[in-house]
Design a protein. Structure first.
Length: 185
């Protein structure tokens, strides 16, 4: 953390995240309480925000691919090149990791909760297309930004403590899409 400049498309989000981590560390020092700073990778799952403009990548893509399937759209347009690499963590795994850390971790050092699987945006889109049953094509709008080239976390510390995610990306996407189909309109 703080080893280089912030990526311009999410600079303010990053500043807020750093402030939260530093505040947690300060409370731990000042009050002698067992505050820990946990940084999860990109989370997704039931209960997420599926808004096309304000949702994160997985729920927004699920909605976009679902709507394209229902409307019979010839293609789904994605921002950028599809080459950036990300990792994702199913929300239930994140919750289990937080409980695990409360029981097994006490340190001022930040601890990452990582999904462990790196995937390009293009590969993610293909997986979501398969989960939703969308059969059309993909188009990339290269005039739109890619964001960071690679955004993944090093989860080796939590893994050494004995925690691993239990939900594969495919299973998580399938469960999330099933929830999306059942959620109230």
């Amino acid at each position: 953390m703080l080893t280089g400049p912030f990526e311009p498309t999410n600079e303010w989000y990053a500043v807020a995240k750093v402030a939260g981590v530093k505040l947690c560390q300060a409370y731990r020092r000042q009050h002698g309480k067992d505050f820990i700073a946990v940084v999860p990778t990109n989370l997704y799952g039931p209960g997420d925000n599926f808004d096309l403009a304000a949702g994160h990548v997985i729920p927004a893509l699920i909605r976009r691919f679902h709507e394209a399937k229902v409307s019979g759209a010839e293609y789904v347009e994605l921002w950028g090149t599809g080459k950036p690499i990300r990792e994702y963590l199913y929300v239930d795994d994140a919750a289990h990791a937080l409980v695990f850390l409360m029981e097994h971790y006490s340190d001022e050092a930040i601890i990452n909760v990582a999904g462990g699987e790196e995937v390009t945006i293009a590969a993610l889109a293909e997986r979501i297309a398969a989960v939703t049953g969308y059969r059309g094509g993909l188009r990339y709008d290269r005039s739109k930004p890619d964001g960071m080239r690679r955004k993944v976390l090093d989860g080796s510390r939590i893994h050494k403590l004995g925690w691993q995610p239990s939900t594969s990306l495919e299973d998580g996407l399938t469960r999330t899409y099933a929830w999306f189909l059942q959620k109230p309109a």
